[in-house]
Design a protein around this ligand. Structure first.
Ligand code: SF4
Length: 262
C-alpha cells in the first residue's frame, strides 16, 4: 500500500485488482499498472489525498473516488470482485473502471454494475503525466516509444485500446528515462520511424553512469526487422528478444529470415 497525504482536496483510492492467476505469469513487468501509476501522480499533483492498493483492502483514507484498473479479459473475475467489494464498502464513492478489459468489453462491466463509470481507451487527462519510478520503489521502468499499431490483426484489441498511432523521438524518450532497466510496452516497436535513433540513443545513454538494459513486452514484427535493427537491438542491450509470429505458416519464410538476423 502506497499513500501520499498532500493538501486535502479529494480522497482518491487507486486499486489494482489482486489477480489470482498472476503468480503464474513469468514476466512481472507485464502486470505493471502503468495507467494507474499515472493517475497516482496526476492526483498528487492536484493536491489530492491518494492511496494506491492491490486487491480488496481497507485503505487509510475514506475515498470520495475509487479508480479500479483492469487487465486481460480472462482475468475479469478479479476485477468484478474488486468492484463488488469497493461498491459495498464505500457506497457513496464514485467508482471508475479503466484499463484493458474495460476498454475491450465496457458493456460487460456496465451491464453488471450500473453505478460504475467505465472509462474505455487511453485517458487523455493522464496520458502525459510523468511517473516517478523511484518514488514507487520500482527497479524496472515501463516506457512507450509508440502507441497503437500499423497492423490490423483480426484477433487483436490494440486498435480498440490505442486507436491513434503516435511515435516518440529519442529526444522525447531520453527525458523520460529514470532507471537502468527498461521494459518497452510498445505493441510494435519497429514500426516507429525513429526506432533506429532510439536504439542508438539507448546504446550511448547512461543513468547514474551505468548502461541501460532493455526488454520488449511484445515480440518484434518479423516483417519489419532488418539486419541493421538486429544489430542495434543487441547494442541497446535488449534481452529475451522474441519474434511475434501472429499468423499461419505462410509467415514461415519471413520469420526464418528475422531469426537469421538475430
Ligand atoms: S501486429 Fe501485434 S499489436 Fe499489431 S495488430 Fe497485430 S497482434 Fe496487434
Amino acid at each position: 500500500m502506497q499513500c501520499d497525504y498532500n493538501e486535502l482536496k479529494m480522497n482518491v483510492l487507486l486499486v489494482e485488482p489482486e489477480y489470482s492467476q498472476a503468480k503464474r505469469t513469468k514476466h512481472e513487468a507485464k502486470l505493471c499498472p502503468v495507467g494507474l501509476y499515472k493517475h497516482y501522480f496526476f492526483h498528487i499533483s492536484k493536491g489530492d489525498k491518494v492511496c494506491l492498493v492491490r486487491g480488496c483492502v481497507t485503505p487509510k483514507i475514506k475515498p470520495d473516488m475509487i479508480k479500479i484498473t483492469s487487465l486481460f479479459t480472462y482475468w475479469s473475475k478479479d476485477v468484478f470482485k474488486a468492484i463488488e467489494f469497493y461498491s459495498k464498502t464505500y457506497p457513496n464513492a464514485i467508482i471508475k473502471v479503466g484499463g484493458i478489459f474495460a476498454s475491450l468489453m465496457p458493456e460487460v462491466i456496465r451491464e453488471n454494475n450500473s453505478d460504475v463509470v467505465v472509462h474505455p481507451g487511453i485517458d487523455k487527462e493522464v496520458e502525459y503525466v510523468s511517473i516517478d519510478w523511484k518514488h514507487l520503489k520500482r527497479n524496472i521502468q515501463i516506457l512507450h516509444a509508440s502507441r497503437g499499431c500499423i497492423r490490423r490483426c483480426k484477433f487483436c484489441g490494440v486498435r480498440k485500446i490505442e486507436p491513434r498511432i503516435t511515435y516518440k523521438t529519442w529526444k522525447q524518450l531520453k527525458k523520460e528515462i529514470q532507471l537502468n532497466d527498461i521494459v518497452f510496452f510498445d505493441n510494435n516497436f519497429l514500426m516507429n520511424p525513429n526506432h533506429k535513433d532510439i536504439l542508438e540513443g539507448i546504446d550511448n545513454h547512461r543513468v547514474n553512469d551505468k548502461v541501460i538494459r532493455c526488454e520488449s513486452q511484445s515480440g518484434f514484427d518479423p516483417r519489419l526487422l532488418t539486419q541493421e535493427d538486429a544489430i542495434l537491438l543487441k547494442k541497446a542491450r535488449f534481452k529475451n528478444i522474441r519474434i511475434s509470429w501472429d499468423h499461419n505458416l505462410k509467415q514461415k519464410k519471413v520469420v526464418r529470415r528475422a531469426l537469421s538476423y538475430l
